[in-house]
Write a protein that binds this ligand. Structure first.
Ligand SMILES: Cc1cc2nc3c(=O)[nH]c(=O)nc-3n(C[C@H](O)[C@H](O)[C@H](O)COP(=O)(O)OP(=O)(O)OC[C@H]3O[C@@H](n4cnc5c(N)ncnc54)[C@H](O)[C@@H]3O)c2cc1C
Length: 143
């Protein structure tokens, strides 16, 4: 990769960062996914985005489409879950993208250890299950 880098004329380089927006909605516009509560690398962003989309749609249905009711409920229901994922992502990002060769070597060695993989799956499993989601099916519109 390093020799190829010298020749590249379309190199994209960016930092890993996060912007926090509060609240997640204004007027008739509400944010989901990274736009609302991105956690950067290692913070379950994809799962949190799906949970956010489900909750936002469900709360809109439960409120009969009244966004002034649904949007605050959506954020209240998801806020602490999303913040927990963001806090977890802060440390994971530094670990997965270390700054030094030594950090890279330690990361790679750990990832080749079965006990370490088991531990990370356990932590991720506990974090991702840390929210009780309502069943909004009774609000579904049937045609
Ligand atoms: C290096 C890295 C590793 C990651 N690893 C994981 C992981 O292992 N597990 C995990 O769950 N998450 C991980 N994430 C986080 C995950 O990728 C994000 O949380 C997730 O992609 C967010 O989805 P999203 O739909 O909210 O946003 P995005 O996936 O960013 O989608 C937004 C889309 O909007 C488009 N867009 C932007 N502006 C405009 C515009 N003006 N008009 C039209 N389109 C526009 C963009 O091009 C993009 O396609 C990782 C992230 C990074 C950077």
């Amino acid at each position: 990769m390093l020799p190829a880098l010298e020749q590249a004329d379309d190199l994209y380089f960016d930092q890993i960062c996060r912007v926090d927006i509060k609240p997640w909605s204004r007027g008739r516009v509400a944010l989901v996914g990274d736009a609302a509560c991105g956690a950067t690398i290692g913070g379950m962003g994809t799962g949190t985005g799906l949970v956010a989309a489900y909750t936002l749609a469900g709360e809109l249905a439960a409120a009969g489409g009244d966004h002034t009711v649904a949007f605050p409920r959506y954020e209240a229901r998801l806020g602490s879950f999303a913040r927990r994922a963001q806090r977890g992502g802060a440390g994971t990002g530094r670990f997965l993208a270390p700054r030094t060769a030594r950090g890279l070597a330690i990361r790679n060695w750990l990832h080749n250890q079965g006990w370490f993989r088991t531990l990370t799956y356990k932590i991720a499993g506990e974090r991702s299950a840390g929210i009780d989601l309502p069943d909004y099916a009774r609000y579904a519109v049937r045609s």
